[in-house]
Ligand binder design. Sequence first.
Ligand code: PLP
Length: 381
Amino acid sequence: MKKIYLDYAAATPVDPEVLKTMRPYFTEKFYNPSAIYLDARKLKNELDEIRHKVAETIGAKPAEIVFTAGATEANNLAVQGIMRQFPEGEMLVSSIEHESILEPAGQFKHREVPVDKNGRILLNKLSNLISDETVLVSVMYVNNEIGSIQPLKEVSGIIDGIRRQRRAKGNKLPVYLHTDAAQAGNYLDLHASRLGVDLMSLNGGKIYGPKQAGVLYIKAGTKLKPLIFGGGQEFGLRSGTENLAAAAGFAAALAAAQQKRPGESKRITELRRHFEQLVSEKIPAAIVNGPDKRAPHLSSITFPGTDNERMMMELDEAGIMCAAGSACSAARDEASHVLSAIGLSEAEARSTLRFSLGRQTTQADIQKAADELARLTASNR
Ligand code: PLP
């Protein structure tokens, strides 16, 4: 039986070209880049080139790129790195952020900004919630369950307005905008200054690169406190011997993802629309969540009256891999906070599956998945 993988939002296979780029750093180029012999110093230069490549891909400067072990760490560094400097400061997060933002935000004074039924942040609510103590606003670029895309430029415009007001009032407290762009790398523009963000988290595991590899973009002039102390690597923000294989793999994956972006966005959008059309035809009760204009790869669908855990297992038996809402919430046996934020009841959230498409997804795959869904919903209701 050919297996059909529809969980690209959780993990992507490493691109063979990316793997080729990584390989030498496990073997002949194993040196510690901080050592002083010539071969190690050459590696230090290679790390600089890798950093340069990442910076170039997102329109940043090399000194603005800090390598991390993925987006969870980048998110933690952004939140804790800013907030630990301002004990009286407050942060705002959208109500549909990933746990790696919500959990660290919970350690500080914070408030949640609601979203509309399409998972789009309410800009007027955001403006009203920003206070004289707000130092950080974290709004994800693409939601990992429903694929909604946040209006980062508008959010950035609001924050610029706040900065102007503060200057006029003599309030010296800075205010920064962070975005978690973990789900955006394959499909959206990542140019940091065009987006108007001060901090941006990216990871390799969703863009056909290695897992536990990623970066935090930190706009020049933005000060952070480190989370990990030691030898002072990564501009003192992330000590530990550099993982060149991970950095090189991430840089190659990011460049390839952005280069393939126009073609893949179009192809995956068409495939996903076709999938949703097939599902709607075969299962009239099914409801597609989120806006029509969203990240190409994500399809969150509610099958009223079904149990998503059971459906997921049965789909697995039929060779189809997908996700129930969010793996993290499922582990805690809580209904998805994202689906609840867009107005789904707990019962609806527990009848919702997430399908995510990627480079290897074909028409035949989505046809088979839709057929199996029709068969299982009929027998599960
Ligand atoms: N943020 C979002 C939106 C994600 O989808 C994920 C992955 O599940 C993460 C953060 C965490 O990324 P990582 O697994 O690289 O730590």
